[in-house]
Write a protein that binds this ligand. Structure first.
Ligand SMILES: [Zn+2]
Length: 539
């Protein structure tokens, strides 16, 4: 009962403290600059309390092994800065890969071995308010605890981001699944808090298609009801499947009659669909700013969006820390150039050999710098890799001090399409074991091949070797989707929304062909066709 009261009180306080857009922008500029100035102090405070003085911290085991105390870290930070110190820590074995963080593989360092659980990384200082799920279907379950204080801080970045792109007060529409994901409800709350409520919320998946637990359903209903009570109603989700992208295009072309610009916040592939629909229906959506997230903004997707006079702004988030980087208004050579929100997150890379693959990547390691982070991260990998650079921009983000840029961002342990992600362990088991058991052949007779079509949409081909002889292709496809949906049986799982969207987009197709070997001759369950220059180092 207590937690529901806290939830309602938190929500009421959140609504009552909402700002006007200009006020939010001013407050954001002041606060972010202040935090940048105190960045090292904030980091040291956080690690002192939440790691060195928190006996249950999983990091302590690694630090103690190398006899690294708080004073050592402090002197490194004061001498060489946060990032250099994080690299030193990484070199000493103080980091967790994504598999170690999820408890999928044991942590093995010189002289020590243990297994983590995700809950170990929860921020002990955070009051629980409501839980949302990340875009990934994690079998271990990725419940992210978020409170309204956290949202209050997060929305300040939105004010800067919208303002940078000249749309602080422009009409906004969201196109995200209603359940169980974070982006839909979170962005609705955040935009409302900075005085620019989303006018419409379209959901790719109908509520009736999903099994959702009552707590989550009622939590969401309550958010709407209390906003209504305060005379500040939020847009209710309306069903618009991936094949209804024209609804978004119609909304944009309509509001653009009266406004110079408008914002659609959605997955990168969904944005491409809106642009295709607009072109087909001869709707003018020139001036639309697509804030895109959930999957890489590839050069092809960006071109497709720009071909109708719209712009694509990458928004990069990780479920464990929310949105941590976004694109500015300047022209860059990479399609997904983002400024890291450096006051909350520090980022370094390390060379990581990818399982089920023959590549080594520059994997990102994330570190949280502020108390409101739902998870406390110190050099933790999230399955993403890419480039890091610094400086070279004169935009508003840079003036705040956000001078670290990231680009070429890709995932190595996930299968992402239409903004929905499946973790490799789920589909690898299906490809290597379940399908051969059901339809014959061996583990190397099936393979998923990912490629981007000429419109920038991801296609997955499920190769079935001709060696197997005749099979009912429809049945194989159906079986694959059923198994994928079942990969996580929780009613809150993203797998439900995910498979629903993949069916709508006909993303997976069967092809009778021999699986493709890698350069070194191996047949892997998953193969990526390189259509664009990829930031990979083959070994
Ligand atoms: Zn910039």
């Amino acid at each position: 009962m207590q937690k529901y009261i806290r939830f309602v009180n938190g929500l009421r306080g959140f609504i009552k403290s909402r700002m006007e857009p200009e006020e939010a922008l001013e407050s954001a500029r002041t606060l972010l600059k202040k935090r940048m100035a105190a960045r090292e102090d904030n980091f040291l405070n956080l690690v002192e309390k939440s790691i060195f003085h928190y006996s249950r911290s999983p990091y302590l085991k690694l630090l103690e092994l190398r006899r690294i105390g708080f004073n050592d870290l402090k002197s490194w930070v004061l001498q060489n800065g946060i990032e250099a110190s994080l690299r030193t820590l990484q070199g000493e074995g103080v980091y967790f890969t994504v598999d170690e963080f999820k408890g999928k593989t044991p942590v093995v360092r010189k002289g020590i071995q243990f297994v983590c659980e995700e809950a170990m990384f929860d921020n002990p200082f955070l009051s629980y308010v409501y839980e949302v799920r990340s875009g990934a279907t994690r079998s271990a379950g990725t419940r992210i605890r978020i409170d309204f204080d956290y949202l209050r801080h997060r929305c300040l970045y939105d004010a800067v981001l919208l303002n940078t792109h000249g749309c602080l007060t422009a009409p906004i529409a969201n196109w995200f699944p209603v359940f169980p994901g974070a982006p839909g409800i979170n962005s609705s709350l955040r935009f409302a808090h900075i005085g620019n409520r989303a006018q419409r919320w379209f959901s790719q998946v109908g509520e009736d298609r999903l099994k959702v637990n009552w707590e989550k359903k009622w939590g969401t209903r309550l958010i709407f009801a209390i906003h209504n009570l305060y005379g500040y109603p939020l847009a209710e989700p309306e069903y618009a499947s991936l094949n209804d992208a024209h609804k978004l295009a119609e909304w944009a072309s309509q509001v653009l009659n009266e406004h110079p610009t408008c914002v659609i916040y959605t997955f990168a592939a969904s944005a491409v669909r809106v642009c295709i629909a607009a072109a087909e229906a001869h709707l003018n959506i020139k001036g639309t700013k697509f804030l895109v997230t959930g999957e890489p903004l590839t050069p092809q997707k960006k071109r497709e969006i720009e071909s109708v006079g719209a712009s694509a702004i990458p928004v990069y988030g990780i479920s464990e820390a929310g949105v941590i980087a976004a694109g500015c208004d300047k022209v860059h050579t990479t399609s997904d150039h983002c400024h890291l929100y450096k006051d909350t997150t520090a980022l370094i890379t390390h060379k990581h050999k990818v399982l089920h693959s023959d590549m080594t990547v520059d994997s990102y390691l994330f570190t949280s710098l502020l108390y409101e982070s739902p998870k406390l991260l110190l050099n933790v990998g999230m399955g993403d890799y890419g480039e890091i650079s610094s400086g070279g921009c004169d935009c508003e983000f840079a003036s705040i001090g956000f001078d670290t840029n990231i680009s070429g961002i890709r995932s190595y342990e996930k299968l992402t399409g239409e903004g929905v992600t499946f973790v490799d362990t789920d589909f690898i088991r299906i490809i290597e074991k379940d399908l051969p058991e059901k339809f014959g052949g061996r583990s190397t007779d099936y393979q998923l091949v990912e490629e981007e079509d000429s419109k920038g949409l991801t296609q997955l081909q499920l190769l079935v070797s001709p060696r197997i002889g005749p099979v009912n292709e429809g049945e194989v496809l159906n079986r694959f989707m059923v198994l994928l949906r079942k990969a996580e049986d929780s009613p809150e799982s993203w797998a439900q929304s995910g498979t629903e969207m993949w069916k709508q987009s006909k993303m997976v197709r069967i092809k009778r062909d021999y699986p493709i070997p890698t350069a070194s001759g191996k047949i892997l369950p998953f193969h990526l066709l390189k259509t664009e220059k990829q930031q990979m180092v083959n070994v």
